[in-house]
Write a protein that binds this ligand. Structure first.
Ligand code: THG
Length: 367
C-alpha cells in the first residue's frame, strides 16, 4: 500500500528491531514515535491476550521526569488528583488539564522518590507543558525525557512469565506499584500495570541499547505459556471501558465527561492548573457523558479517522468515538460521547459514513 518515510522526527523504539523480527504488519504514530498496532492476525492476538499472555512494545508511553526539590509540588500543580498519600514506589492514574479544565493527557504518575516523578504519558506534548509551567511558577525542578521505554506483558498468564524472570516478589506487587531491578545486567522498573483489564505488568527498559535483549528474555520466558506479540488491543480496551486520550476525547473534553471525575479532587489547592474551571464545571454539571453503545447487525464498519454522529429521535446527541467487533459479545460495540441527558437503554442511530445503524446506549464497561 504505502510505507512510512524514516526520519529522526519519528524517534525509534528500542524494541523496533524485535518487533520487525516478530512480523509486525502495522504501526500508528504516538508521541512522535511509531507504535506497532498489529502482527497480521487480529483475532489470534485478541485471544492470546484474553486467554494467555501477550507482549507489547509500548515505548511510545514516554516518561516526562520531574526531578528536584519542587518535583512533588509541580506534580501536584499539573494534576488535580490529590497526591499527598502517594508513596515512593507507587503509581496513580491522573488527569492533566489545561486552565479551562480540558483534559490534555491522562498519564500514570510514578513516584520514584520525594524529589523524582515520572509522568508516563499518553499522546500529547507534556514535556513542553511541564517546562513552561515550572518556569512560569519559578520552581526548582529539572524536566526531561529519560531513556526509559515500557514493554507491556498482559494477560492471565503474564504473572507467571514475569515471576519466572524476576522472582515471586512480583506476585505481591499491588496495582500501579513498581520496583527497580536488573535482569542480565539490564536496568528495568517492573510495575503491575498496563492498558488492558486482563492483568499484567509493564517492564520499563532503562537502557535503550538493550531493547532486543529484554524483548528476547521475555519472549523466551513466555514460550511455555504461549506468549506472542501484540499491542494495546483495540477490541479488549473497548470491552473493558479503557479510555484512549485523543481518540475518545476532543479539544473540549473535561475529566467529568469521560468517567475521570473520581480522579479530580475539587478541594485541591488554588495553584493546581484548571481547578477553578473544574469546580465550575462540577457545579454546573458536565454537558456530555461517556457511555457504551451496542450496534445492531453483523461485523463492524471500521471507524476510520473521524467520529460518527449519534442521533436520538432524529436529533444529534453526540458522537461514536470508536467501535470494534467484540469477539466475546459477538456484537459491534463502541464508546459514545453524548449529551448528559442520555441514558443507558436509550435507542439511538449511528451514521457510519452515510449508513444508518441502529443501536442502544449502555453502561461501561461492556465486560
Ligand atoms: N501504561 C503506561 N503509561 C501509559 C499507559 C499505560 N500512559 C498513557 C496511557 N496508558 C494512560 N492511560 C491509561 C488509562 C487507563 C489505565 C491506565 C492508563 C488504567 N485504568 C484502570 C481503569 O480505568 O479501570 C485503573 C485506574 C485506577 O484504578 O486508578 O489502568 O497503559 N506506563
Amino acid at each position: 500500500m504505502f510505507s512510512i518515510a524514516p526520519s529522526a522526527r519519528l524517534r525509534p523504539s528500542p524494541f523496533y528491531a524485535a518487533t520487525l523480527a516478530e512480523g509486525v504488519t502495522s504501526f500508528t504514530t504516538y508521541n512522535h514515535m511509531l507504535m506497532p498496532t498489529g502482527y497480521g492476525d487480529p483475532e489470534a492476538e485478541y485471544w492470546r491476550l484474553i486467554e494467555g499472555v501477550s507482549q507489547w512494545d509500548v515505548s511510545v508511553e514516554r516518561q516526562v521526569e520531574l526531578k528536584g526539590p519542587d518535583a512533588g509540588r509541580l506534580a501536584q500543580i499539573l494534576a488535580p488528583r490529590d497526591l499527598s498519600a502517594c508513596k515512593a514506589g507507587q503509581g496513580k492514574y491522573v488527569p492533566l488539564c489545561n486552565h479551562d479544565g480540558v483534559l490534555i493527557n491522562d498519564p500514570i504518575l510514578l513516584k520514584l522518590d520525594d524529589d523524582r516523578y515520572w509522568l508516563s504519558i499518553a499522546d500529547s506534548n507534556i514535556w513542553f507543558w511541564a517546562r513552561a509551567i515550572a518556569a512560569e511558577r519559578g520552581l526548582k525542578v529539572a524536566i526531561g525525557e529519560p531513556d526509559v521505554s515500557p514493554m507491556a506483558v498482559q494477560g492471565p498468564m503474564a504473572e507467571n512469565v514475569v515471576a519466572g524472570i524476576f522472582g515471586d516478589w512480583v506476585r505481591d506487587l499491588r496495582y500501579f506499584w513498581f520496583r527497580e531491578t536488573r535482569i542480565q545486567g539490564i536496568p528495568v522498573t517492573v510495575a503491575r500495570s498496563g492498558w488492558s483489564k486482563q492483568g499484567g505488568f509493564e517492564i520499563y527498559l532503562r537502557d535503550g541499547r538493550r531493547g532486543s535483549d529484554l524483548w528476547n528474555i521475555v519472549r523466551e520466558a513466555g514460550q511455555p505459556f504461549g506468549i506472542g506479540p501484540g499491542n494495546p488491543n483495540w477490541v479488549e480496551r473497548i470491552e473493558s471501558g479503557l479510555l484512549s486520550f485523543g481518540g475518545d476525547t476532543d479539544a473540549a473534553t473535561n475529566p467529568f465527561e469521560v468517567r475521570m471525575g473520581g480522579y479530580v479532587d475539587l478541594e485541591a489547592a488554588d495553584e493546581v492548573i484548571g481547578i477553578a474551571a473544574l469546580r465550575r464545571i462540577a457545579a454546573a454539571g458536565p454537558r456530555r457523558r461517556q457511555l457504551g453503545v451496542m450496534l445492531d447487525g453483523g461485523r463492524p464498519e471500521t471507524p476510520g479517522f473521524t467520529w460518527h454522529d449519534i442521533a436520538s429521535g432524529g436529533r444529534k446527541i453526540g458522537d461514536l468515538t470508536n467501535c470494534a467487533w467484540s469477539y466475546r459479545l459477538k456484537r459491534n460495540i463502541g464508546f459514545a460521547l453524548v449529551a448528559a441527558s442520555a441514558r443507558p437503554g436509550d435507542p439511538v442511530t449511528v451514521d457510519l459514513a452515510g449508513r444508518e445503524v441502529a443501536g442502544r446506549l449502555c453502561d461501561l464497561p461492556f465486560l
